[in-house]
Structures are given as C-alpha cells and as structure tokens.
Ligand binder design. Structure first.
Ligand code: BYC
Length: 325
C-alpha cells in the first residue's frame, strides 16, 4: 500500500504544484494530511516521524530495565511514569505517521526487519542507577533541544504531537537531573558512578543530533521544507552550551578535554564524537542493537494473539453490518 501510494504521488509532482507547495511552506502555513504534497516530502516525513516513533518505543528498554531496581519507591514511581510517557509519545508519533498513508503495522515491520532506524543512543547500555539519571538529564535534554523547534515544523500532525511531547520531556529531563544530582552529592562511590555515567554517555548524547552538517544527507532539503528547523551542528552546539554549566554545577569533571569557552564565538568548543562509531552503531553494530531488536521482535510475536483477536472482532462487526444491510 505504501509503495502504491508513493508511486501515485510521484506522477503529481509537476513544477507548478511544487512551487505553490513551497510558497505555502515559506508563508509558514501548516501542511495537513489531505493537502497535496510532493512525494519526497511525504517520504521524508514517514522516515523522520517513523524513526522518531520507533526511538520512543525502543527508548523504553534501557530505562524499563531499571524499574524493578530503582532505589526508592518515589524514584520507581517517577521512572515508571516516564517510561509510560515514552510509550505515549510513540503512539502520538505513529498516529501522525499514519496520516501519511502508512499503517502502524507496516512501520513496525520496517523497524523489525531493519529497513527503518531508531535513535543511535538506545544502542548503549544502562549499567547502573546513575545512568538512569544521566539518560533523563542528557538524553531527554538533547531530545528537548531537538524537538522544541519541531513544534514549528511544517506538517500539522507532527508539530501538534511535538507540543505535547515537549511538555512531557521537560519533566523527564528534570527528574533525570534531580536523580544524578543526588548521586553527585552522595558518597564518593555514588559520585564516581555519576561521573562514570556522564563520561560514557556524553559522546553518544552528542551523536543523537546526527552526523556533522557536512555529512548530513537530508538537512538541506528537510530545512527547505521546514521538516527540520535547524542543522544538526547548530542543535549540538546548543546542547553543549546548555549542558557544560550543568556538569560544572554538579561538581563533576567535564567528559571531554576539548571543552573550552570560546570568547570569540560565544560558545563552548568541544571535541567531535567518533563518527566512525556513530555510523557503525546506526548500521546495527552498537553494543545493544541485537538485544534491542530481539526485545521488539519478541514483543511483536508475543502480541500477535491480541492483534488477531482485535481483527477478528472487527471482521465480525463488519460481517454483521453487511448482513444487516
Ligand atoms: N540515530 O541526513 P541526516 C527520543 C541517520 S529522542 C540513528 O542528518 P536527518 C527519546 C539518518 O536517519 C530520539 N540514525 O538525517 C528520548 C540518516 O539515515 P537514513 C529521537 C541517525 O533525518 C528520550 C543518516 O543518519 N528523536 O525519541 O535529516 C527518551 C544521515 O543523517 C541519527 C528524533 O528522531 C541518530 N541519532 O537528521 C525516549 C527527532 N542521526 O534515514 C525517547 C526527530 C542521523 O537516510 N528526528 N541518523 O538511512 C530528527 O530531528 C532527525 O531525523 C535527526 C537526523 C536529527 C535525528
């Protein structure tokens, strides 16, 4: 169905329509699902929003892993609420993607057989409780920086989903900062765990914004269509500028010797992540790729009877309706 839809759209990409479409984008009008759109716009949205939805779903795994081991009842309740929020974000985003003519089942199948990606960050393990603080603070912190501008993205359903997601992400980042602060101010052993979490997760968090601008294949077109509002490097710099003073406030060492305030630029300089590691992780070779996909495949298989049951009910209702007519 997706392939058919894309093919039929391709025939409609005439220059006049394209120009009128771009003019709407330039006037900051929202594009809605039933409006005409170029095939490339639709495909890029399906790729980006779908990848985002998958990230929210897969992103539950590293944190869900710690729900049963949270140090207090309060931390457990907070973490449980956060992980449930991520499931909700996945659902808003799958709904937004479905408005583009692709079903949630098709999207899931594309995730499970490797045709679609999810964020690189979730291929790193959460080894101790401090990692859970660092994930909330750094990973949700990076997500907020990426997603706040997306509230103004040109596609209506995506921008509306982002407004709600961002509200919830703010709570996530604050609870993460609070958890890591507690560790950083705790015993020497706890402080060491906090430092270790920041040291391990810093560069993976920087990678969340995507490759450097010179290697970003989609940025130019996505920005012209206002699917993306900023380049990857612009957002990464914003994250570094926001986070370095927070690391200092926590009394932790900076995770990168290259971090230095640059008076002339009015920004922190920092070292590039190891981009070969990034490309390796997104190709499927990160520390947890196999486990993450195995967990999602198992969930999909284990849930088959629920989907079958729901479909059987829908089929029965449809048959009853036909019989009554
Ligand atoms: N991971 O041309 P580029 C969250 C791929 S937060 C994996 O710059 P684009 C959460 C990219 O797909 C995370 N792959 O791409 C937080 C492309 O490959 P393909 C989710 C990545 O799309 C807390 C290639 O590299 N957020 O969910 O213009 C708790 C070239 O890149 C990554 C979003 O998805 C990556 N980090 O820009 C729970 C936000 N970066 O597709 C959950 C929306 C790049 O051509 N997404 N690639 O094979 C975006 O803003 C953009 O898609 C990106 C990448 C900035 C991520």
């Amino acid at each position: 169905m997706y392939a058919q839809m894309v093919q039929s759209e391709a025939t409609k990409d005439d220059p006049e329509k394209l120009a009128a479409f771009q003019a709407r984008i330039d006037r900051d009008e929202k594009i809605e699902p039933k409006d005409w759109m170029p095939e490339g716009y639709r495909k890029t949205l399906i790729r980006q929003i779908g990848q985002h939805a998958h990230s929210e779903i897969v992103g539950q795994l590293p944190e869900g892993n710690w729900i049963t081991r949270a140090p207090t009842l309060e931390r457990k309740a907070i973490l449980l609420a956060k992980v449930q929020d991520e499931a909700g974000h996945g659902l808003y985003l799958y709904c937004a993607t479905e408005t583009l003519g692709v079903s949630r089942d098709e999207l899931t199948e594309m995730l499970l057989d490797g045709r679609m990606k999810y964020s690189s960050i979730f291929n790193y393990p959460t080894l101790n409780w401090a990692d859970i603080g660092a994930v909330g603070w750094l990973v949700d912190g990076a997500a907020i920086i990426n997603q706040v501008p997306l509230q103004r993205t040109s596609f209506g359903p995506y921008s509306r989903a982002m407004i709600r997601v961002c509200k919830e992400e703010s709570f996530h980042a604050r609870q993460g900062f609070d958890a890591i602060r507690k560790m950083a101010e705790g015993t020497p052993e706890q402080k060491k765990m906090a430092q270790n979490a920041v040291d391990r997760l810093w560069f993976p968090a920087l990678m969340m914004f995507g490759p450097s601008d010179k290697d970003s294949t989609h940025s130019a077109q996505s920005m012209a269509w206002k699917i993306k509002m900023n380049t990857n490097d612009e957002l990464r710099q914003k994250f570094v500028d926001q986070t370095v003073p927070q690391i200092e406030f926590l009394g932790l060492d900076l995770p990168d010797d290259g971090i230095k305030w640059n008076e002339e630029r009015g920004h922190y300089d920092y070292s590039d992540p190891d981009w070969s590691e990034f490309f390796d992780v997104i190709k499927g070779n990160g520390p947890c790729n196999v486990d993450r996909l195995a967990a999602r495949n198992k969930a999909w298989k284990d849930g088959a009877w629920v989907r079958d049951g729901l479909l059987a009910h829908a089929r029965k209702k449809a048959a009853a309706k036909v019989a009554a007519e």
